[in-house]
Design a protein around this ligand. Structure first.
Ligand code: FPP
Length: 228
């Protein structure tokens, strides 16, 4: 069995800080440039014939350990990004969804997220998922606790899959930029049969053209899902 159609792409965006350092700039400049890359890659995905969902790891539960000013900057940047992005979402027919512990974010940011989800909910070309304050173990634990609260004594895999925050197709391809080769608690359940691609390119330098090459390589792979 081989299925190389790409429906769900997931990306661990890494290397903003190093990109800025290489240029003698503040780390925040790297994040700003990284936000522009999200826009370019989302537009590419919206115009790709088979991609239905793209999920970006934007802020992990561990990212709170960064210096307070950097965290504050990232939160402001996210708010600005969602505000400015609305026209692109509508033009490109992209539906926005957030996953993660959104309730722990500031109230204005929660409002912006809810509004953006609401305003884009009928867009059908692509779902752009931003993982914000996200951790996969927490997501799985919350799902299992929800099933217990519903009265389940034992659970099937499908029960867990449907109780997760990500009711999208399993991930076909995961890309991590900047040369690191780790999952960092990202979508552990949904990545079970994913193909992985690690690129040394730093996230702010990542382009639609490199993504196109990675997808060509992905299509050459034989995915057997454990079969012969
Ligand atoms: C890692 O770079 C990147 C992140 C903290 C996540 C991605 C964040 C952005 C692209 C910023 C904008 C996001 C949105 C949604 C507007 P790093 O700081 O870990 O880089 P380093 O490993 O080189 O230090």
């Amino acid at each position: 069995m081989s299925d190389t159609s790409l429906k769900h792409l997931a990306i661990i965006m890494d290397g903003n800080g190093r990109w800025a350092k290489e240029r003698g700039l503040k780390r925040t400049k790297g994040h700003e440039k990284g936000a522009e890359t999200i826009r370019d890659i989302t537009t590419y995905c919206a115009n790709h014939p088979t991609i239905e969902t793209v999920t970006f790891y934007a802020f992990s539960t561990e990212n709170w350990k960064r210096p307070k000013l950097e965290v504050e900057f990232l939160m402001k940047l996210l708010d600005r990004y969602l505000k400015n992005e609305l026209s692109t979402y509508q033009e490109q027919k992209v539906r926005f969804k957030a996953i993660g512990n959104i309730g722990a974010l500031s109230k204005p940011l929660q409002k912006r997220i809810a509004q953006t989800e609401e305003l884009t909910k009928t867009n059908t070309k692509l779902i752009q998922v931003l993982a914000l304050n996200y951790g996969a173990r927490a997501e799985i634990t919350t799902a299992v606790n929800q099933l217990i609260a519903e009265g389940k004594k034992s659970v099937a895999e499908e029960d867990i899959s449907s109780a997760l925050q990500t009711p999208y197709a399993d991930i076909d391809l995961l890309i991590r930029t900047s040369g690191e080769e780790r999952l960092s608690n990202f979508l552990l359940w949904q990545l079970s049969y994913s193909e992985f691609h690690f690129t040394p390119t730093l996230w702010p330098d990542f382009t639609a053209s490199e993504l196109d090459d990675i997808i060509k390589d992905f299509k050459q792979r034989s995915r057997r899902f454990g079969g012969a």
